[in-house]
Write a protein that binds this ligand. Structure first.
Ligand code: 3H9
Length: 655
């Protein structure tokens, strides 16, 4: 077997007369310039050498090709472009087969599409997630995929950016086979193709799609797009593939890709992509091994505790849930199995996995069972005395190496920790509700938290499939502190003349799924009211304070669950309530405020600025490690639209 190097990342060796080209560009075999150059040289080499009868392309390691090199976006172009590589592969007169060993994403999927045959390993995953980066596929994906799968499946896959497993890829016609030894199968396929005419994807005629089914598929994609440009463009390009020539379709796709790549929306989504990969990296933890966690204790199996239990069970942990009575324990178990049942019904969990989860679950009224836990998460009522007493009790139950995590949202975890015998083993794990669904977890690095305890909390959150963001100790941590500043600013504008529904509409047009007063009503107004009452004695008397929310609470308007809050819910739809307008008017009059008008632009600008200013303070105080962490908290916990990049990204971009 002779080996040839075509570039620093592309090499080839001959097997059974077939040139096996391997792309080796760690970490994800992205199609950086040297990969593209190597691929072209390798294909040219295969054509030139008479003894080579075919080509197989594969990736080194766990990935086939993770896509275009996103880090190259915005840099001066280097030849050849990825579309040129595709054209070289598709037009090669010898058969080229993709041996898809792992993830074939974006440009990686496009390479596979340009080949004459595709064999997937069982571990492969295939998709074009470009829309999640604010772009469309730029190397033929929108034109070649519908030629293999039909228009409707292509609209779904490219428009949503979802990834498919080999079985679905085979069903859709995206791959020709699945094999345990994908390399030998791909070589055999290439050899078998050597004598016949090649099936070039670009030359396949697309069957005329059913217009109403196409409309329905497009509608489904656009409904989730929240006004972003890329999904709509992706749908347009896929539809065009059945109406225009390959050449025209490719030209349109390339122009659209380049335009979107340079858009602010794409820059924002790239920022989010890299921010997620940075999140949870803490330099002081380098070389620190996390503790072994196999059994997780959860104290309190209400909505939050049950959600955490489900997240831990589905990640493979044993879970011991603790309640105060046998009756509450039985209810807790029911709540947890109810959430698992729903996951089975929606197809997110198999029946087998559900049974395995329940086998790993105990819910009891006996706190002594926590002696088996490596990590205990408390999810009890957010009250300092309740939590402190619990942690003191846990000192006498858990084993010395066990970690104690508090799920408080507003209390000071340093105070809870200092009341225990071993403050160094206390950490904060602030989950968002519902905890089995929401990705964000604020991992609170308390004053005394030991480095390996922090490392363990991060590893635990990652194993749950969550996005952990480290926060220092401050009232409300990163998210709720920014949320408070944002809410304060919104209330200032209400007092100054804006209407709650106007503020909400401005935020929803910007891309938030829900405006702040709507969120407020959903969450309930009473918790924040109780906190304001607690803080009343220590509040700066000179600081501006808006009393409207207090008046709403005094009138029993606690939000949706009481049928009234900032809005009225007495009919099934939320409605503006004249009684709230009267209450707001009265608050303005009491302070002698003459209401003025606000534009939607001003409303959004002021709210974004309030968030970014608070974020800046968090950075200065060392509560957040990096501004991109703040963006991720707001995107994943508070509905900030990802395609805008987060409040800090916006502030930096427009600075
Ligand atoms: C595209 O293809 C456009 C084309 O249609 C047209 C072109 C003309 N580039 O996620 P991980 C880095 S657009 C550069 O933790 P995993 C990442 O930053 C692209 N770097 O690994 C991280 O770096 P660091 C379409 C990339 O094993 C490291 O690799 N493709 C890229 O959990 C490890 O990443 C996508 O959108 C990239 N494309 O998951 C796929 N990808 O260590 C994006 C990753 O310095 N990638 N990095 O922090 C992924 O989904 C995952 O990385 C993957 C591996 C599933 C591949």
């Amino acid at each position: 077997m002779s080996a040839t190097r075509f570039s620093e990342s592309v090499s080839g060796s001959i097997r059974d007369g077939v040139l096996v080209i391997t792309i080796d560009n760690a970490p994800v075999n992205a199609t950086s310039a040297h990969v593209r150059q190597g691929l072209v040289k390798a294909v040219d080499h295969a054509v030139a050498v008479g003894t080579v009868i075919g080509v197989v392309v594969t990736g080194a390691g766990r990935t086939f090709v993770g896509g275009a090199d996103i880090k190259e976006f915005g840099m001066p172009p280097v030849e050849p472009t990825l579309p040129e590589v595709m054209s070289r592969i598709e037009n090669c007169r010898k058969p080229v087969v993709a041996a898809i060993n792992g993830a074939a994403l974006g440009g990686g999927c496009e390479i596979a599409l340009a080949c004459h045959g595709r064999i997937a390993a069982e571990a492969a995953s295939i998709g074009m997630p470009e829309v999640k980066l604010g772009i469309v596929p730029g190397a033929g994906g929108t034109q070649r995929l519908p030629r293999l799968t039909g228009t409707i499946a292509a609209i779904d896959l490219i428009g949503s950016g979802r990834t498919v497993k080999p079985e679905e890829a085979l069903r859709l016609g995206l791959v020709d086979g699945i094999a345990t030894d994908q390399m030998s199968t791909a070589i055999a396929l290439a050899r078998g193709m050597a004598s016949g005419p090649l099936r070039r994807t670009g030359g396949i005629q697309i069957a005329t799609p059913d217009a109403s089914a196409v409309d329905a598929a497009a509608k489904k994609v656009l409904a989730k797009a929240r006004g972003q440009a890329a999904p709509a463009e992706a749908v347009r390009l896929v539809r065009a593939a059945s109406e225009t020539s390959l050449e025209d379709g490719l030209a349109d796709e390339r122009a659209t890709f380049l335009r979107l790549r340079d858009s602010l929306e794409a820059a924002a989504l790239r920022h989010v992509f890299f921010a997620e990969r940075q999140a949870g990296k803490v330099s002081k933890l380098e070389g620190i091994a996390p503790r072994m966690v196999e059994t997780v204790g959860i104290v309190g199996t209400g909505l939050m505790g049950a959600g955490i239990a489900v997240a831990a069970l589905t990640a493979g942990y044993r879970v011991v849930g603790i309640e105060q009575s046998e009756d509450a324990a039985a209810k807790g178990r029911e709540r947890i199995s109810g959430i698992l049942d729903k996951a089975v019904q929606s197809g997110r969990l198999s029946d087998l996995a559900r049974t395995a989860c329940l086998d790993r679950l105990q819910v009891a009224a006996d706190a002594g069972r926590l002696a088996a836990a490596d990590l205990v998460v408390e999810a009890v009522f957010d009250d300092l005395t309740v939590k402190t007493e619990l942690f003191q009790r846990l000192d006498g139950i858990v084993r010395p190496g066990a970690i104690l995590a508090t799920n408080t949202s507003y209390l000071n975890p340093d105070e809870i920790a200092s009341a225990t015998a071993h403050a160094e083993r206390v950490v904060g794990l602030h989950f968002f509700s519902p905890a089995n669904v929401m990705r964000l977890v604020e991992v609170v690095d308390c004053r005394a938290t030991a480095p390996d305890v922090l490392a363990s909390a991060l590893a635990f959150a990652k194993k749950l499939g969550k996005l952990p963001i480290v926060s220092g100790v401050t009232e409300g941590f990163i998210g709720n502190r920014i949320f408070s500043a944002y809410r304060r600013e919104a209330e200032f504008m209400i007092e100054d003349g804006a209407a709650p529904d106007q503020v909400d509409a401005a935020l929803e047009t910007y891309g938030f799924p829900m405006g702040i007063f709507n969120v407020y009503d959903m969450a309930g107004l009473e918790i924040a009211w109780a906190r304001r009452k607690r803080q009343a004695a220590t509040r700066d008397p000179n600081a501006r304070y808006v009393e409207i929310a207090d008046r709403l609470c005094e009138a029993g308007r606690f939000g949706r669950k009481t049928g009234k809050g900032w809005y009225d819910y007495s009919s099934s739809e939320k409605a503006v309530d004249p009684a709230v307008s009267v209450l707001i008017e009265a608050a303005r009059t009491a302070k002698g405020i003459v209401p003025r008008t606000f534009t939607s632009g001003e409303i959004v600008e002021r709210l974004l600025r309030a968030m970014a200013d608070e974020g800046k303070s968090l950075l200065e105080e060392g509560i957040a490690a990096r501004s991109s962490d703040i963006d991720l908290v707001m995107i994943n916990g508070y509905g900030f639209p990802a395609h805008k990049g987060g409040p800090m990204f916006v502030a930096d971009t427009y600075a």
